[in-house]
Design a protein around this ligand. Sequence first.
Ligand code: NAD
Ligand code: UDP
Length: 315
Amino acid sequence: MKSLQAKRILVTGGAGFLGSHLCERLLQQGNEVLCVDNFYTGRRSNVAHLIENPLFEVMRHDITFPLFVEVDEIYNLACPASPIHYQFDPVQTTKTSVHGSINMLGLAKRVRAKILQASTSEVYGDPLVHPQTEAYWGNVNPVGFRSCYDEGKRCAETLFFDYNRQHALRIKVARIFNTYGPRMHPNDGRVVSNFIVQALKGDDITIYGDGSQTRSFCYVDDLIEGLVRLMDSPEDFTGPINLGNPVEFTILTLAERVIKLTGSQSRISFKPLPSDDPTQRQPDISLARAILEWQPFIQLEEGLEKTIAYFSRLV
Ligand code: NAD
Ligand code: UDP
């Protein structure tokens, strides 16, 4: 059913992990959703259950090329997020963040749409401030293997704020911290999906380094709620704003939890730590609590159980 406040909403990267959950959520609210994706890491199966919905449309398109559509809002999520995938074709990764943002900002300017950028905690690099607030400018290597992603996303933030100042465009910038859940790509190399798939297959759990590095893991439903609230936040609020779960775990603890919850016989094996791998990461979400009245509710064990249930059907 289309509601009175229904909007036409473009979700770039809509067939990816986060994008597919976002499309689903926006459709539930009665909006028309146009999912644009080049299927680099996204899959048709992620949105197959939405295809029958007359308010939903999928378009194969690479956002490094211009797009001409009429929409009210744009969520710009297109960009591979896992290190394996974004480092496979680093030039395309930078192009997606930079040329892609220019194209989507140009579209927003032409049709006067409000536009949200899925930025990342990686803009903080290997942070020297802990936990990270939005005021921290980051500690990023500009010439390393992760730079195509980190610097691409930093440049995208710059572009968003320049379009806001130069063209009075309505922008929202979310800095997303590690998020996990069903529909992560089973081979995407991110830690939660890797550990669960390894545990379900009885393979060794591969910890890079000694496992003392930390991450804060947000379950996808909490994150999507944060993104929608940000889009609907007061007109003059642009962000950047941290969205993530502030509860921090070591990677070793994560491995132990996954083994326990899957009842797996897998053993832990230690592998070399990739270069520029951040040692600590935890969002300060005071701003999100204050402006969006948002905070994550789903605890790690509950989220892992739902994610394990999803991967159990695939593996
Ligand atoms: P994902 O790889 O599952 O989704 C990205 C989607 O973008 C895929 O469907 C892919 O095919 C598509 N895509 C890539 N390049 C494209 C291009 N040039 N044109 C059109 N489509 C393109 O990753 P995700 O975890 O869903 O991440 C979505 C967004 O959120 C990304 O921008 C990512 O940087 C950001 N983010 C995610 C996390 C996380 O933990 N999941 C953390 C921080 C930021
Ligand atoms: N990691 C790991 N084993 C794996 C995959 C990742 O120990 O099989 C580590 C990785 O080195 C990093 C952390 O888990 O310290 C999170 O990695 P991920 O790629 O999920 O996200 P990011 O580094 O971008 O936060």
